[in-house]
Design a binder for this molecule. Structure first.
Ligand code: PLP
Length: 509
């Protein structure tokens, strides 16, 4: 557990500690029975008075979340509903509802505060961000979209505000088939579901396939929001590591298949998030054979395959599939922008039907405006032109970042140059904790995502994910200079956090 306190925030330190422990309890990160550090020890680690920690613990006790036992220490109590709403309603005063007693167990178990905490760290105004995987479509796209929107308003204004079928507008689904065809996938419109972003696809697949206790196999590391979604349905996640070439360990995968009979294998074969790796053709084919043999389903998530800068394109696993064992999910979030909320899914008709029932309950259908607009962008060829443009933009940015990493080289830091995608996955010099480095980097005016949340099983604090698609080209070298300076500081000094303390920020692990 990471507790980060900041003297710059308006909320008192004891409340910050209380809040973070509370969130960790609700997220399941601190399970019932977990022994919290003694007050004195925690106070020492944070460099604050013991009474501050004591106050945080008193607050948590008052909420019934923790308790101290003589000879044992302070432990986390089970989050039960019995201590609860009904009981507190007997108390003869009317205040705000006790929300935590009303929230469902599922929702309480889904919160994962880590990324939120990391992203909410105070940042310098001139911070150069390498953290989020946003596209940078540029002003050209806004001009094109505005032109298309105006034309659409004139031609079919009233259509854009009307309901569509849950599966999506037929002509859009046809256009999506055309778009998938150039990726090598032959699909019929009735095998396509329009989505409000590919995250919705992951959510719907979870609803339709996962019962509590089911197993999902994923690459280790993998996309954390997918892991969070699978977990929220009570799935057991098993991470399959890669070999020294970055390829999925099929021997381990097979032993997990025979042991756990997973419902799903979730993979990102092309320019993986977070590593940027590509699964080679042989592994794609063997993975498919294993899915057939063990009668399991592969979910192939493919947001980044249009961003190939070198090497030869590989077919998606769905394109190799002859027996309908692959469900393919993709999105326009990385091509246009995630605010569009427009993705799609390709699967056998029977699966589309079941997913459409779940989607109807979630949001009835995807925004008509987004659907009509994307159909137009595909059919007019404008999307193609746009993708060519941003592909060369990102290729340039990737090269700038790679060159800067060489230029500002820090001994012991390693990375592999990706053939595409939007990430560079770096391994930090030995002994350096990427979570802790965040504060130092923020102080220097740069941010990134630490690799830890992307791991399902083993806590791995040695990795950093750097995104190069959304930082302006002329800021990349300076951003990497700041980043490597932070790494150099951290590796070159004892008493790693003294400087941060003077700024009012302190991590504990
Ligand atoms: C691998 C992966 N899948 C899914 C998503 C979600 O994308 P969308 O905005 O389409 O929901 C992302 C977004 O970063 C992603 O990286």
């Amino acid at each position: 557990m990471n507790i980060i306190i900041s003297r710059k925030l308006s909320s008192p330190i004891y409340m910050q500690i209380k809040q973070q422990i509370r969130e960790a309890i609700f997220s399941g990160q601190l399970p019932a029975g977990y022994l919290l550090p003694p007050e004195r020890k925690l106070a020492e680690q944070l460099g604050i008075n013991r009474s501050t920690v004591l106050n945080a613990y008193i607050e948590l006790k008052a909420e019934g979340l923790i308790e101290s036992f003589v000879g044992k220490g302070t432990v986390v109590l089970p989050i039960s509903k019995s201590d609860s709403w009904a009981d507190s309603s007997r108390i003869a005063h009317y205040g705000a509802p006790s929300w935590r007693h009303i929230f469902s167990e599922r929702s309480l178990g889904s919160d994962d505060p880590l990324i939120r905490d990391l992203l909410s760290l105070p940042k310098r105004r001139d911070c150069i961000s390498f953290s989020v995987a946003l596209p940078d479509p540029g002003p050209e796209l806004t001009a094109k979209l505005s032109e298309q929107l105006q034309a659409l308003m004139q031609e079919q204004g009233d259509v854009m505000w009307k309901h569509t079928a849950t599966e999506g507008i037929l002509s859009l689904r046809e256009a999506l088939c055309t778009w998938m065809k150039q990726r090598g996938i032959d699909a019929a419109p009735e095998e396509v579901l329009a989505l409000s972003g590919s995250q919705q696809g992951i959510d719907l697949l979870t609803r339709v396939f996962i019962d509590p206790g089911d197993t999902v196999l994923i690459e280790e590391p993998s996309y954390f929001s997918a892991m969070q979604t699978f977990r929220s349905a009570g799935a057991r996640l098993i991470g399959i590591p890669a070999d020294s070439e970055g390829q999925l360990r099929l021997d381990i995968l097979e032993s997990m298949l025979s042991k756990y009979h997973p419902k799903l294998i979730y993979v990102l074969p092309t320019f993986q998030n977070p590593t940027g790796r590509v699964m080679n053709l042989a592994v794609r084919e063997q993975l498919l054979q294993l899915a057939y043999r063990y009668k399991t389903i592969i979910v192939e998530d493919d947001p980044y395959s249009d961003f190939r800068y070198s090497g030869n394109p590989l077919p998606p696993i769905r394109a190799l599939d002859r027996h309908d064992h692959v469900i393919y999910v993709s999105t326009f979030s990385k091509l246009i922008g995630s605010g569009l909320r427009m993705g799609w899914l390709n699967a056998p008709k029977q699966v589309i039907r079941q997913l459409a029932i779940a989607k109807q309950m979630a949001d009835l259908h995807t925004s008509t405006l987004s659907q009509v607009l994307m159909e137009r962008m595909i059919c007019s060829g404008l999307l193609h032109q746009h993708v060519d443009l941003i592909r060369s933009r990102y290729k340039h940015r990737k090269q700038l970042m790679i060159d800067s990493l060489h230029k500002h080289y820090v001994p012991g830091m390693t990375w592999q140059e990706p053939e595409g995608g939007v990430f560079i996955w770096c391994r930090m010099p030995k002994g350096l904790n990427a979570n802790e480095l965040l504060l130092r980097a923020a102080d220097r005016g740069v941010d990134y995502l630490p690799g830890n949340p992307f791991f399902a099983q083993q806590q791995q604090t040695a990795y950093v994910r750097l995104n190069f698609s959304c930082a302006e080209a002329d800021t990349i070298d300076e951003g990497i200079r700041r980043f490597t300076a932070a790494v150099r500081d951290a590796t070159g000094r004892e008493g790693l956090w003294d400087e941060a303390a003077s700024e009012g920020l302190k991590p504990i692990i």
